[in-house]
Design a protein around this ligand. Sequence first.
Ligand code: GA4
Length: 322
Amino acid sequence: MTVLSKLVEKTESGFSPIPVIDISDPESKHALVKACEDFGFFKVINHGVSSELVSVLEHEAVEFFSLPASEKTQVAGYPFGYGNREIGRNGDVGWVEYLLMNANLDFGSHPFLPGLLQNQEIFRNALLEYTTSVRKMTCDVLDLMTDGLGIKPRNTLSKLVSDKNTDSIFRLNHYPPCPLINKNTNDGNNVIGFGEHTDPQIISVLRSNNTSGLQINLADGSWISVPSDPSSFFFNVSDSLQVLTNGRFKSVKHRVLANSRKSRVSMIYFAGPSLTQRIAPLTCLIDNEDESLYEEFTWSEYKKSANNSRLSDNRLQAFERK
Ligand code: GA4
């Protein structure tokens, strides 16, 4: 690490404006609501997810990504499976390889892990335990959110992502060190690992190793780096939650920049509703339907339209009321 980049990291972590929410404290509900309004992004501490479980899953992910390309491509597939460089199917690319998996509760009827990975028992169990534990934490966060918004019952949001039929996704991303970036000067450090986008679901929960790269877009249009913190979870408000709150919470645009020296490994749980769930502003947050900023849609309709879009598209625009 050069002296310069050391300084930058220290400065970034010392002055990061990213809200930190202690979910073991019921009073953090107010800070949580404010974070969703101002940033659409926050860091969660005292979350109750076992660090050992996280380490096991990270280890399994690192092992998988270090396999020869010929083995990884055996589990390539769409929408679930291994992918390299290509993101989605509409021409987006990034300096990233990944494994996308179904994280639905009824995964018994769908293969949770693609093809050959079904037989990797440690990997499979770690995935199952991790997604179960992260789903529980996500529900705790959503319950705190409804408390902060003054909505009753308090499971109004969490039930959307814990129904038997929820449509959730789990993603492991690996950003290898990028040789296109000059190691000493960090020149060319704008190589895109994962291009700017918002997530279509309700809320997304990210954990990464100790390599930075994630950036979020602020209300004034500027980008700020998120200092990595492997012991915490980062939450971002996604498109469907922006609609449910009638635009009060912001679905945050985010991206990942490639790194010249270190590998970045992240694991993201995208909590989505069931396919038939109708998405419209919660009636308790608006006085009458005319106030809704969006045309009502089902998650299945939105998902279909998202899958046909480019990464950086404003996917909600098509559903805004004229
Ligand atoms: C962004 C959030 C999740 O990673 C994802 C992505 C999906 C994909 O990788 O296939 C999409 C992207 C994401 C939104 C627009 C479309 C679909 C890539 C893309 C260009 C799995 C998701 O649900 O939407």
